[in-house]
Write a protein that binds this ligand. Structure first.
Ligand code: AMP
Ligand code: MG
Length: 316
């Protein structure tokens, strides 16, 4: 049985150069020793992830950041102080210690200090940081429970460390320092609201284009279920799909559809983010022909929810 709560076992496997699925507050990650290229290669194999998609390196403390990052631009300290540990990833110039496989040959590395207590305990037991992308087959919806990981990668990885359902439920926000623009840029909306980041360092530049090669968190089609997803106003969408079994993802309201996934009846956008991926997975596994999703309010984590739904709806 590959699911368990034995942190010692997870640490032992990671020290041996194996991969382990680990809980974080955002989504479950598939982790390996970031300094061991052979171990990192196993992540790419298990996920069938193309090698042009760089990984996020998870750190325990600031000393590990120093091993990975060669320069901390102005504002980095304030942002780390305010949002770490937590769902904010920094893309910064890398040191020579970071293997090319981790960064897909880019001269920057993505680093994050996760807040999940199990992830923090595990990182504290290891003397290396963990490279970890989301623990799902490339391009599919990210996992927010240990069972989600087992459903898809169960036979391919030696251990899934169960830390309960993820409390944030969408991936980290990614910011980077653009060397050309000398400005902080938002690369991916996520678990830390843009407004909060801007309250610390001022306006973020927005880009829908990553540093080259294009970073797949920004691929048009990503985070996608197998079923078609259509976003918009639910009532006209239901009329347009009359006669079909529809699955509806909404914020607060129940609709007249075969399946309803109301993400937060109380209207709490953080709760909605927490429930999004499990809802997408349930509808994907149902006999609904199509998934219809509302556009969420753009405050706070609403931007991240809309971003994921839009990519889930992009044509492959
Ligand atoms: P995930 O699969 O959620 O762990 O996301 C990893 C994502 O982080 C990648 O798909 C990229 O979008 C982004 N990323 C990681 N490293 C870099 C980097 N060096 N430059 C730009 N984006 C990066
Ligand atoms: Mg991913």
């Amino acid at each position: 049985m590959p699911i368990g709560t034995d942190i010692e076992q997870a640490a032992a496997l990671l020290r041996q150069g194996e991969t382990v699925a680990i809980p974080t507050e955002t989504v479950y990650g598939l982790a390996a020793n970031a300094f061991n290229e052979a171990a990192v290669l196993k992540i790419f194999q298990a996920k069938q992830r193309p090698s042009f998609d760089p990984l996020i390196v998870h750190v325990h403390d600031r000393a590990q950041v120093e091993l990975l990052v060669s320069r901390l631009p102005e504002g980095t300290d304030q942002l780390m102080e305010r949002f770490w540990p937590g769902p904010l990833t920094f893309v910064l110039p890398k040191t020579d210690r970071v293997p090319d496989l981790v960064t897909s040959g880019l001269d920057t590395v993505a680093v994050r200090m996760p807040a999940h207590p199990v992830a923090r305990t595990l990182l504290g037991m290891l003397d290396f940081p963990l490279a970890a992308p989301s623990a799902n087959p490339f391009g599919y919806v990210s996992p927010t429970t240990a069972q989600h990981v087992a459903d898809q990668l169960g036979g391919k990885i030696p251990y899934i460390l169960d830390g309960g359902p993820c409390s944030v439920g969408v991936e980290s926000t990614i910011v980077g320092w653009g060397p050309e623009t000398e400005q902080w840029t938002l690369y991916r909306a996520g678990g830390t609201a843009k407004e909060l980041i801007e309250s610390v360092i001022g306006p973020l530049q927005i880009t829908d284009r990553g540093p080259l090669p294009v970073s797949p968190g920004m691929l048009e089609s990503h985070y996608a279920p197998r079923k078609p997803v259509i976003t918009g106003n639910i009532t006209p969408l239901l009329e347009a799909h009359a006669g079909k079994r529809c699955g509806v993802i909404s914020f607060t309201k129940h609709h007249d559809a075969a399946y309803n996934e109301v993400l937060s009846p109380a209207g709490d956008i953080n709760e909605a983010a927490r429930h999004l991926f499990a809802a997408l997975r349930r509808l994907d596994a149902s006999d609904a022909a199509v998934i219809l999703a509302e556009v969420f309010p753009i405050e706070g984590l609403g931007s991240a929810i809309n971003d994921r739904l839009q990519r889930a709806s992009a044509k492959r």
